[in-house]
Structure formats: C-alpha cells, structure tokens
Design a protein around this ligand. Structure first.
Ligand code: F0G
Length: 457
C-alpha cells in the first residue's frame, strides 16, 4: 500500500525558532549543560517528552467551550466517566490531575514494607511511589527487553515464568498487586502482546492477586497488537482495547499521553470497596471525586481525546512517524535501540561515543550535542539519571546510555523529523569531537532535573 500522510490538516500554527550557534552555546552554559534548564523558547525541536505536549484537535478545542465547571456532578464529569468506562469496562473511575497522582493514591493504600509489586518495567514515578511507601518494585520484563539490539515483536512482554515463580514463592500475602506497563516506556516504548497480557492475568488470578495496567499508551500498544500479533489483524482498535482491559482488575493512567490532553489522569477499578477507600483519599489529595484536580474543560477535552486516539488512521501515522525517524537515523549511521517503539526513538550513546567512559556521562554529552548542533532537545536516560557513586567512592554506571527522542502527538511533521535525523547524523560523523561531562552540583535524588555540569577539559 502506498504511504498515506497524516489524517489531519493544520488549522493553527505556533512559530518555532532556531537560535544561532552562539546563542545556543550561551544557553547551554547558563543551564549548566542540563537541557531541563534551557528555556523552551530557545529549543527548535522539543523531543523532551510526549507527555502533555500533544496538539489538541478542533473537536477538543470546541469541547473545552462545553466544559461544565460545576463543583459536583458536572456534565463534563459524566462525559469523562463514560469515555473511561467505555475503554476500561470498569465501573469505578477516579479522575486525577496526572498519572503519578493516581499512582500515589493507589500505593498509599496498597504498598507497605515487606510487599513486592511486580511489573514488566515500572516507570520511574510508579517505582518511586511504591518505594516511598516501603514496598519493593520488581521488574520482570523478558530478557530481550533488557538488550538494546535484540529483535522481538513484543519486547515489553513480562517473563511469565518469573512471575509464576514470584507468586509461588511469595503468594498473595506478599504480592498485593501485579502491574503491567503498556507500552513499556522504560524498556523503549515497547509493546506487550495480547497473549502476554492474558498470560499475566491468568497467573495473577490463579494466585488470587489483582492485576493492574499502567495504560498511558494503551492505544499505541493496541495498534502494535493489530500489526504484529497473529489472530488480531482483523480486530478493530476498540475491540483490541476492550480485550486488553477485560484481563485487568484496575488501571492507572497518565492521560497526558493517549488521552491526547495536556493534563489529566485516572484510576479505574472493578473493586467497589477499594474504590470507596481511594475516593476518600482522592477528596483529601486531589479534589471532589467528580473532578479530581481537573477543570470541567479538561475532562471534556480528554473525553474527546479518548475517542480520537483509537482511530486507526491516526495510530498508523503516529507509529509510522516514530518508525520513519528510526529508519532515517539508521540511514545516517546513528545507532538506536531496536526495534523502534511507539512514542520515541532511543539513541545508543555508548555505541555513538565509545571514547567517553560512563563516568563522563556519554548520553548527556550526546544530549548536549543535539542541542548545540541543531537546537534539538532530547532527554538523557543514562548515568546522569541512574548512575551512582557508591560509599567506597567507586562509580556505578547505568545499565544503558541512551538519549530518548520522544515525539509529541500531532505536533511535528516528517520534515521536522528529517531535520532531527540530519542533526543526529552530523553528530555521528564527528562524534570524536564530543567531550565528556562532570557533575559540579547535584541534588541527593532525581538529580538529572537540576544538576549542573561542565565539560571535561
Ligand atoms: N507511567 C508511565 C508509563 C509514564 O510514561 C508516565 C510519565 C507516568 C506513568 C507518570 O505520569 O507524568 O502524568 O505523572 N511519563 C512521562 C515521560 C513523564 O516523559 O515519559 P505523569
């Protein structure tokens, strides 16, 4: 089939500007070589995250005007509730202002010292919320999911044997809940197969353990299932979505991704008693249970977003754009994590900058180079984010040195992506010129957001 373009046209534009080379250098210096500290207006192509950065449709903007800002039982709440129930099939829906608020509510109730919560890979905020309440967040992704270059159609799958072992050894007394992140962001935006989701569900239920989805990118995951899983090729996206959620007892979501909104999240549950307990805490932490930290207009925009995101033509262009960026990068000699996932392409800084040792932060060096070369902002997922200096003074590197280029939804054209590939390609050609970095100032945790660095001399 011939390649089809995006199934939408542009009604409104937002100018972007490439600052000159000297200006970029000055921004880097002022920001302590930390891209989180560079003003967004000085970024030409911003691939820091796909979270809350998407473009809303004309239908969503129109929906904003229909927002009912009544405190309780607003019309917009019922639209949101129906949309979430339509996706998840779950009776109980708790709106939250974003994904981590949903996680915080859930794990404040469920996690405590001595308990273990398995997942394929927990996302950082999920892990942090579990650990904050004293439980252990355990990653059980298949071995291919830990190997940058291993090719597997569903690299986000959970290792079912490992899950079986954990549940057999610890039992439901020590495993209060099992999660599965779709798509698996930490592993590179890799999908999980319907077969694997059903397998996890079967094992959990046999052991009496509730099964929850972290469903931020559920529609992207459903599209991969349709494209790659035998027997699912003739199912519609909404049917695959229903089949996915039919396996689960609950879900947390950051609607800043596949809600196509700029803010929002939810918890969906089958268990009425748990929903009741969480609702009391929702009132304390987020807001009354029919708005939970969101305005009526946010609820409207999300309800519309949940419909639009399940459009197959949209998903084809969305996932296709990510795949095409991956191909363009490879064609220019840039080493990437493969296969390319749904929302982002990950550059392999260890392969691209082999002369920079992990303690000199090669992935951060590549992140800085992307901005210096072309005003492109990605995010370091390497030893700046995960590396540690142990008590005996030795440096413990991250397991991978990656730079994530996350693509906002419906924001950039393939022309922008071609430019990004050219910028990365230019760096690959002169990579020997990239220098290492040293940290000069860092917070005791989550240091990558605020650390200040300087180039090695
Ligand atoms: N779960 C997953 C899989 C995520 O990717 C995120 C956010 C969250 C939970 C938390 O949601 O940000 O709304 O509180 N991921 C963003 C990212 C931040 O850039 O990947 P949140």
């Amino acid at each position: 089939m011939q390649h089809l373009p995006e199934p939408y046209r542009i009604k409104m534009v937002e100018p972007i500007r490439l600052p000159g080379r000297e200006e970029r250098e000055a921004h880097l210096k002022k920001a302590g070589y930390n891209l989180f500290q560079v003003p967004a207006e000085a970024v030409f192509i911003d691939l820091l995250t796909d979270s809350g950065t998407g473009a809303m449709s004309d239908r969503q903007w129109a929906a904003l005007m229909r927002g009912d800002e009544s405190y309780a039982q607003a019309r917009s709440w019922f639209r949101f509730y129906d949309a979430v129930k339509g996706i998840t099939g779950m009776e109980h829906v708790l709106p939250t202002h974003q994904g981590r608020a949903a996680e915080n509510l859930l794990f404040a109730e469920i996690a405590r010292p001595g308990l273990v919560i398995p997942s394929n890979n927990h996302f950082d905020t999920t892990r942090a919320n579990i650990e904050f309440f004293g439980a252990e967040a355990r990653d059980l992704v298949i071995p291919e999911g830990r190997d940058i270059h291993a090719i597997h159609p569903f690299k986000g799958n959970m290792d079912l044997q490992k899950l079986e072992d954990v549940l057999r050894d610890l039992g439901r007394e020590r495993v209060p809940l099992c999660m599965l992140t779709i798509t698996n962001n930490t592993g590179g935006g890799q999908p999980v197969s319907l077969e694997n989701i059903r397998g996890v569900s079967e094992i959990c239920h046999r052991h009496g353990v509730p099964f929850f989805l972290d469903c931020c990118r559920f529609a992207e995951n459903a599209y991969f299932i349709k494209m790659r899983e035998k027997g699912c090729e003739n199912m519609s996206i909404p049917d695959i979505v229903k089949a996915i959620f039919a396996c689960a007892d609950g879900a947390t979501m950051s609607a800043k991704k596949d809600g196509l909104g700029n803010i929002g999240g939810f918890i969906a549950l089958k268990d009425a008693a748990l929903a009741g307990r969480l609702k009391n805490m929702l009132i304390l932490k987020e807001g009354f249970p029919t708005y939970g930290g969101l305005t009526g207009r946010d609820l409207e925009a999300l309800a519309t977003g949940f419909e639009e995101v399940q459009d197959e033509a949209y998903l084809k262009s969305r996932i296709g754009q990510t795949q095409r960026l991956g191909e363009a990068l490879k064609a220019r000699g840039v080493s990437i994590l493969e296969p390319v996932g749904g929302h982002a392409v990950y550059l392999d800084a260890r392969a691209m900058l082999p002369h920079i040792p992990p303690e000199e932060l090669p992935a951060q060096s590549l992140t800085v180079a992307l901005y210096r070369e072309g005003g492109v902002r990605g995010v370091e997922i390497g030893s700046l984010m995960f590396g540690k200096t142990l008590e005996n003074g030795t440096f413990q590197a991250a397991s991978m040195e990656l730079v994530r280029l996350a693509i906002p939804r419906r924001v950039y054209t393939d022309n922008h992506m071609g430019y990004v590939a050219d910028v990365a390609g230019a760096i690959a050609e002169k990579s020997a010129g990239c220098r290492g970095y040293r940290i000069v100032e860092a917070a005791p945790f989550l240091r990558h957001f605020t650390a200040r660095l300087e180039p090695m001399s």
